[in-house]
Design a protein around this ligand. Structure first.
Ligand code: AMP
Length: 281
């Protein structure tokens, strides 16, 4: 049977006992409403550790005042069943007051990696992400923690805080899991109407078109941005940003250089739903 903890003290006792037994612990932090992308992280965790823990917590500090915190989709019973099937033995599902009790005043600010892209469009978002992930890593002290490349900038933020705060965790980034037609899996896809679901394909289609141009020899960034924007416009997806960056520094580039990994990232609104996607180019 899967165990569910609601309080940090329970997690601390569990993590202590795992370490005392000399076992390796993997952690998969999530906001729930789990899909196969989350499951891929859990299964990878199971292959890299003796025990997998997951957290299910819709973290209020990473939502802006006009974002979807109150209507973020939830399904605890379904999530626990998926966790169990994926080899998770412990789920930490705290109430917000257990994570941020009265008097809470400590935040983690990852300066460089949080700039630009989603950091520029969602002020305070990565401060909330970095704070909750730091708390989870400090609480569980896992040997390995797994995150999706779906949230590419988030992965960079987490790598930085793990390094800078000497948390000593092995941070593993995992490939994006997609629906059969190419749409990146996301809990927020549940917001899409049938028509929006079709239009949402513009993000992955645009990224694939950019990738194809690069394979065909294009090295200037401008035509790549243009082809992505064309796809968004054709499907009436409102651009939040489209950028091609150095995959290590996340700084915008103007040319693809051989041997330097680069990444195309896109965020757009399909109706009122904000979706993100990215691919190496
Ligand atoms: P979330 O519940 O959206 O906060 O995501 C929890 C973790 O799952 C994060 O590390 C995400 O990057 C990862 N994730 C979300 N969607 C996908 C996906 N389609 N493929 C792989 N990982 C994902």
């Amino acid at each position: 049977m899967i165990r569910v903890f609601k309080m940090p003290l329970e997690v601390a006792a569990f993590a202590d006992s795992v370490r005392r037994q000399g076992k390796r612990l993997a952690l998969v932090p999530t906001m729930g409403f789990l899909h196969d992308g989350h499951v891929s992280l859990m299964r990878e965790g199971a292959s890299r550790a003796d025990m997998v823990a997951a957290s299910i917590f819709v973290n209020p500090t990473q939502f802006g005042p006009n974002e979807d915190l109150s209507r973020y989709p939830r399904d605890m019973a379904g999530d626990l069943a998926k966790c169990e099937r994926a080899g998770v033995s412990v789920v930490y599902a705290p109430e917000p007051a257990a994570v941020y009790p009265p008097g809470y005043q400590t935040y983690v600010d990852v300066t460089n990696a949080s700039q630009g892209l989603c950091g520029a469009k969602r002020p305070g978002h990565f401060r909330g992400v970095a704070t909750v992930v730091t708390k989870l890593l400090a609480l569980f002290r896992p040997h390995v923690a797994l995150f999706g490349e779906k949230d590419f900038q988030q992965l960079k933020v987490i790598e930085a805080l793990n390094r800078d705060l000497d948390l000593g965790c092995d941070i593993v980034g995992m490939p994006i899991v997609r629906e059969a037609d190419g749409l990146a899996m996301s809990s927020r896809n549940a917001y899409l109407s049938a028509d929006e679901r079709k239009r949402a394909l513009a993000l992955s289609r645009g990224l694939l078109a950019a990738q194809a141009l690069v394979r065909g020899g294009e090295s200037e960034v401008e035509p790549l941005l243009a082809v992505i924007r064309r796809e968004l416009q054709a499907s009436d997806v409102r651009e939040d940003y489209v950028e091609i960056v150095d995959a290590h520094t996340l700084r915008p580039i103007s040319r693809i250089e051989p041997g330097v990994p680069s990444r195309a990232l896109v965020a757009g609104f399909v109706g009122t739903t904000r979706l993100v996607d990215n691919m190496s180019v």
